[in-house]
Design a binder for this molecule. Structure first.
Ligand SMILES: Nc1ncnc2c1ncn2[C@@H]1O[C@H](COP(=O)(O)OP(=O)(O)OP(=O)(O)O)[C@@H](O)[C@H]1O
Length: 248
């Protein structure tokens, strides 16, 4: 399998605290690689370093074999690094279609007025509508985002990410706040998305992780303490001690 994303020796300290400590991992074409670990383990710091919001103290990030460590967040997004956020970045007062169009034109929300004519642009509109259909929201194009359920907003975030022509999805706790039912509904969508682009999935919901992951890496105190298949990780005594406890 081809490695689409790779981190080599990423480190980041906040004062005396080593938030990520020599993190090297890969994401291969077609796979879902889950990163799990207790609160404060360094998962968000790792995502920030991969996406370009946090410059690493050392180490590098490679996308399709190209070193992107020096590139801005926008430049990485332009190369297909599509991130979905723990806290929604959607414009609540806009419709589902408008939010996806914003992604399609690559505009910031503040520039929306400027991009409003995009609504009349047939090809952009087609792309946005196709993305909505892909995530199962085709009946909700005209729904104001604030009126969508929490789970539907997560689907909408995926639709926005799809318009970036993603090479890689970076997903930061997509199941957070969804409850068991919402999580069960989002799981098959993520499962099928790996065909479009591999997913680096940071997630606390172990049912979702065990259902979706081809590989799991366990981060504790900024270090990867174990990496392997779902079965490897479930069986690993160090992981059970450090994190899983009685999750099964
Ligand atoms: N900007 C910052 N300044 C100082 N310390 C920080 C900063 N960001 C994160 N930390 C610390 O770095 C450590 C790793 O935090 P991080 O948010 O990456 O963990 P996490 O695994 O994402 O946690 P959670 O599962 O709770 O989201 C924590 O101890 C946190 O308090």
């Amino acid at each position: 399998m081809t490695e689409v994303l790779e981190t080599r020796g990423l480190r980041k300290a906040f004062g005396a605290l080593q938030a990520t400590d020599d993190v090297s991992l890969t994401l291969r074409a077609g796979e879902i690689h889950a990163i799990i670990g207790p609160n404060g383990a360094g998962k968000s710091t790792l995502i920030g370093q991969i996406c370009g919001t946090l410059p690493p103290d050392s180490g590098s990030v490679h996308l399709n074999g190209v070193d992107v460590t020096g590139l801005s967040t926008q430049a990485r997004a332009g190369r297909g690094l599509a991130r979905t956020f723990q806290i929604s970045q959607l414009a609540m007062e806009d419709t589902a279609l408008q939010n996806v169009l914003l992604g399609a034109v690559g505009a910031s929300k503040r520039a929306w007025r400027f991009w409003r004519p995009a609504l009349r642009h047939a090809d952009l509109r087609d792309r946005a509508e196709a993305a909505l259909a892909r995530v199962g929201l085709d009946g909700h194009a005209a729904t104001v985002t604030a009126e969508l359920s929490h789970g539907q907003r997560r689907q909408l975030e995926v639709a926005v990410a799809l318009t970036l022509n993603p090479q890689v999805f970076i997903m930061d706790e997509p199941m957070a706040g969804l409850g068991a039912e919402g999580s069960a509904r989002l799981t098959p969508l993520l499962d099928s998305l790996r065909q479009e682009a591999p997913i680096l999935l940071v997630e606390h919901d172990m049912d979702a992780v065990f259902a979706l992951a081809d590989r799991i890496s366990v981060l504790v105190y900024g270090r990867i303490i174990a990496s392997g298949t779902v079965e490897d990780i479930r069986r690993d005594p160090a992981v059970r001690d450090a994190y899983l406890g009685d999750a099964e």
